[in-house]
Design a binder for this molecule. Structure first.
Ligand code: C5P
Length: 225
């Protein structure tokens, strides 16, 4: 399975990054989390007080502060650095999650990040997850998966994840609300909206375990290469 490229798209909290990371590890491919890139722009916006509606201000930030996207060899995930500081843990904060879909509508922001994403697609092969990977970033990917789950299940999983990671209880209701808002904004934008590619395999993970979803994707890869 050398040089194989796998695109995994879908709404928030469908389990894309968990599944993509495992698939990449099993197949020895690079894993690229494109959501982390959009989140790092949101992080910069918060840090420097640039409004999410200010497209030019945001692109100026991106040009001025070169963010480092590196692969953590142990975890296999993307580490984002800002001036030698690892900001990865801060990318999942409610503050960042709350504005990221507002700034990902901007064509100039998407243009810059899309070109970084394409450059990460090396000769080693890649598993990339996001919203527009199968439609825009890698329209020629060997395998395209559109991973979904019911909104209730996605909110429940995300709440469990936050509780496990931070040891604090979070309101599932507020998570569900912000997820639904984000999905609506991601699906309705003009540029690169969230939608399955015409040739994507729709995988509904509601009621399925991580292992079952991973196995289903590995089967698709075997069938297609
Ligand atoms: O995948 P994650 O939930 O971390 O993505 C955060 C946000 O980044 C999404 O809600 C979306 O607004 C944006 N995004 C995007 N295109 C991608 C990946 C993420 O617009 N390929």
């Amino acid at each position: 399975v050398e040089h194989v490229s796998i695109a995994i798209d879908g709404p928030a909290g469908a389990g894309k990054s968990t599944v993509a990371r495992i698939v990449a590890k099993r197949l020895g491919l690079l894993y690229v989390d494109t959501g982390a890139m959009y989140r790092s722009v949101a992080w910069l916006a918060v840090r420097f007080g640039v409004r999410p509606s200010d497209e030019l201000g945001l692109t100026r930030l991106l040009d001025e502060y070169l963010l480092g996207f590196e692969r953590d060899p142990a975890l296999g995930t993307l580490v984002v650095r800002f001036q030698n500081q690892d900001i990865t843990p801060e990318l999942r904060s409610p503050e960042v999650s709350g504005i990221v879909s507002q700034l990902s509508v901007h064509p100039l922001v998407r243009e810059r990040l899309t070109s970084i994403q394409r450059s990460l697609r090396r000769d080693t092969g890649v598993v990339m997850d996001g919203r527009d990977i199968g439609t825009v970033v890698m329209p020629d990917a060997d395998v395209k998966v559109f991973l979904t789950a019911s909104l209730d299940e996605r909110a429940r999983r995300r709440a469990e994840e936050i509780t496990a990671a931070q040891g604090r209880e979070v309101s599932e209701v507020s998570i569900r609300k912000s997820m639904a808002e984000r999905d609506a904004r991601d699906s309705s934008r003009d540029v690169a909206p969230l939608r399955p590619a015409a040739d994507a395999y729709i995988l509904d993970s509601t009621g399925k375990s991580i292992d079952e979803v991973v196995d289903e994707i590995l089967r698709l890869v075997r069938e297609s290469v």
